[in-house]
Write a protein that binds this ligand. Structure first.
Ligand code: NAP
Length: 261
């Protein structure tokens, strides 16, 4: 049983739908107070409302994670609102479908700014806040199975997700002395708006139906089913909680058995 005074504060980016929404609800169920950050305020407000209606403490904040000052402002706002700050989940991301001959400077720069920049600003803002508050904390970043092996049509996205594993290792070593851990989660094929869009575009490019597009990604899952967002949220709950205190710099695969390493 968690006492109110033990309730930690977690900020989750991209919490208005998909995996981020599931993480926010799971951390609420695990006794966290949660700050929900997203590009579209109405989306994070809907999730916050549901958590508050369930007896939780959720607070919605609009911010674009590719903008360093907006990420710092979101961390400040969450800390002022709740009076503490303990965990950041750098979950927000975008996944353009990019067969190699379609990559443009705009797609490359925009995707790097959100997926990689957003994680770096989140790590900076959170670690600065933990140090200011005089305690450690946990930083959790969204990578992917596509950050472990190359996925056709995802050159740009995959590059950002490989990079996030590198940033996770590097900052884990830099921040360990401050009792700050940095880990990542690598989902497989999760039933979210993002995955539906990718499957649809791959199918459209090949002139095939949506189911064929999804099959290209899901056919090699050992456990024989697509991932629910809650499967990933369970992994993040472990990384956010005390059971992972002795883990840092790791990128955990939670993919139903797609990548084995
Ligand atoms: P999703 O359904 O597209 O949701 C992503 C959320 O991130 C959206 O609510 C979006 O907000 C927000 N977002 C995007 N860009 C943002 C920005 N610049 N600033 C603030 N918020 C922003 O994606 P998902 O499938 O839940 O994926 C979540 C994370 O898991 C991503 O990092 C993704 O790469 C990773 N992942 C997903 C899968 C999968 O199969 N779905 C697999 C591996 C890894 P708006 O809607 O307001 O734009």
């Amino acid at each position: 049983m968690i006492k109110m005074t033990d309730k930690k504060v977690a900020l989750i980016t991209g919490a208005g739908q998909g995996i981020g929404e599931a993480i926010a609800k799971r951390l609420h169920n695990d006794g966290f107070r949660v700050a929900l950050v997203g590009r579209t305020l109405a989306k994070v407000e809907r999730v916050a409302k549901e958590i508050n209606a369930d007896g939780g403490e959720a607070f919605a904040i609009a911010a674009d994670v590719s903008k360093r000052e907006e990420v710092f402002a979101a961390v400040d706002e969450a800390t002022k609102h709740f009076g503490d700050f303990n965990v950041i989940v750098n979950n927000a991301g975008v996944a353009p479908t990019t067969p190699i001959d379609t990559v443009t400077p705009e797609i490359l720069n925009d995707t790097l700014a959100i997926n990689l920049g957003g994680v770096i600003w989140g790590i900076q803002a959170a670690s600065a806040k933990f140090k200011e508050l005089g305690h450690g904390g946990k930083i959790i970043n969204a990578s992917s199975q596509a950050g472990q092996v190359g996925n056709p049509n995802l050159t740009v996205y995959g590059a950002t997700k490989f990079a996030i594993r590198g940033v996770t290792q590097t900052t884990a070593k830099e921040l360990a002395e401050f009792n700050i851990t940095v880990n990542a989660y690598c989902p497989g094929i999760v039933k979210t708006p993002m995955m539906n869009d990718i499957a649809q575009q791959v199918a459209d490019n090949a002139g095939k139906p949506f189911e064929w597009g999804m099959e290209q990604f899901s056919k090699d899952i050992a456990l024989g089913r697509l991932s629910e967002p809650e499967d990933v949220a369970a992994c993040v709950a472990y990384l956010a909680g005390p059971d992972s205190d002795y883990m840092t710099g790791q990128s955990l695969l939670i993919d139903g058995g797609m990548v084995f390493s």
